[in-house]
Design a protein around this ligand. Structure first.
Ligand SMILES: *Cc1c(COP(=O)(O)O)cnc(C)c1O
Length: 390
């Protein structure tokens, strides 16, 4: 059977080669340490699990939920925005529950993109922005994120006709994979650019709570006029170690929220209500687990950055996300370097090319492994590779 063009349009899976190598290493008995995967290793806080168990026993939660989310859940999200960012949101019209933010990021293109339409996507970037665009029949236009511009897209470098034609502008700060930050000044520029070119802004705020050294990432919705141009995605996945639970939201511009809800009501029937109750507990309950989580990642981050710097890197510690994005030493491309590190040290790092052409020349280390294992990984890298040059 011939697969549909939309499936054929998806780019080849760039990590396939390294995954084969990993299997070979493991089969050969090597104790492989994976610093490749951005998935929290620690458990969901107990108060959230307790709430799930309690609500799972309630038969009222066993039926189809509302596809846009329970009002109590959307109210909890609104309250969280008020407390965290001083942003006012109407839970009825400006918030929709998602089955993880990836679900909404994937579906938003189905709301606005017809075949041949263009979306502006960051390169390097989280792959779902471009994949959702392709699945809807659209074309991603890559905005290079360059180190010299703080890994922010240069909006003025986007050709006028492309910007005018484009439907959605995807941005993501704190950024995966680069760990870069954006301030309100940048978000204000994005709002002006979106108004000028009639774009819908989709800001992915997945790492808004993974920050260190006193830094508090802003929300896109804090920018003046943000709610007139776009929405923000976020989820409980990263701050509460809930990637497996599949619960998130989109918030902001009401017609966009309504459109996303309409697509969802035709495709899925929303998130299990017991999970929504557990998410309410997460957002409104005690937040000390978030503080602890930040301290844990900060320690790991320092282990990685100090370890790399001892080998000849000259890295500053990223102030947010659980990633370290580092340049590849002289003489390698990112895939070659990742293969070398796996071959010689039994450590998995992610080649930057996997996140887009402009990720070439970099690799990503995820801090989602115990600090002892990270120390072991950096020690092995130092023994195997020694000093590096750029
Ligand atoms: C982890 C992550 C997400 C969150 O995904 P969920 O579907 O909410 O679990 C979204 N965007 C980025 C950039 C991520 O790294």
């Amino acid at each position: 059977m011939q697969e549909a063009k939309r499936l054929q349009s998806l780019p080849p899976y760039l990590f396939a080669r390294i995954e084969k190598k990993i299997q070979e290493k493991k089969a050969a008995g090597v104790d492989v340490i994976s610093l490749g995967i951005g998935d929290p290793d620690r458990p969901t806080p107990g108060n959230i699990i307790d709430k799930l168990v309690e609500q799972a026993h309630n038969p009222e939660n066993h039926s189809y939920p509302s596809s846009v989310g329970m009002m109590e859940y959307r109210e909890a999200v609104a309250q969280w925005y008020k407390n965290r960012f001083e942003v006012d949101l109407d839970p009825a019209s400006e918030i929709v529950a998602l089955i993880g933010s990836k679900e909404g990021i994937g579906h938003i293109s189905f709301c606005y993109v017809d075949p041949g339409d263009v979306n502006l996507v960051p390169d390097p970037g989280y792959p779902v922005y471009g994949i959702g665009t392709l699945l809807a029949g659209g074309e991603p236009y890559n905005m290079p994120l360059k180190e010299e511009s703080g890994f922010l897209p240069d909006l003025d470098a986007i050709p006028e006709d492309v910007a005018d034609k484009a439907k959605i502008l995807f941005i993501n700060y704190p950024n995966n994979p680069t760990g870069a930050l954006a301030d309100i000044g940048f978000f204000n520029k994005v709002v002006a650019f979106a108004k000028k070119h009639d774009l819908i802004v989709c800001h992915d705020g997945a790492y808004s709570e993974i920050a260190f050294d006193g830094y508090e990432p802003p929300s896109f919705l804090q920018a003046e006029g943000a709610k007139e141009v776009g929405i923000e995605f976020n989820s409980l996945s990263k701050p509460y170690n809930m990637t497996g639970w599949r619960i998130g939201w989109a918030a902001g511009r009401p017609d966009v929220i309504e459109a996303l809800g309409r697509i969802k009501s035709n495709l899925d029937s929303g998130a299990f209500q017991a999970i929504q109750y557990a998410a309410i507990e997460g957002l409104t309950g005690p937040q000390d687990s978030v503080k602890n989580m930040q301290a844990v990642y900060k320690e790991r981050r320092d282990t990685v950055v100090n370890g790399l710097n001892a080998m000849g890197w000259n890295m500053k510690a990223p102030k947010a996300t659980f990633y370290v994005w580092a340049p590849v030493p002289k003489g390698f491309n990112s895939s070659e370097f990742a293969e070398l590190v796996l071959e010689k040290a039994g450590v998995i790092i992610t080649p930057g090319i996997g996140y887009g052409d402009n990720g070439e020349g970099y690799f990503r280390i995820a801090l989602t492994v115990d600090n002892k294992r990270i120390e072991e990984a950096l020690g092995r890298m130092k023994d195997a590779i020694g000093k590096v040059e750029f």
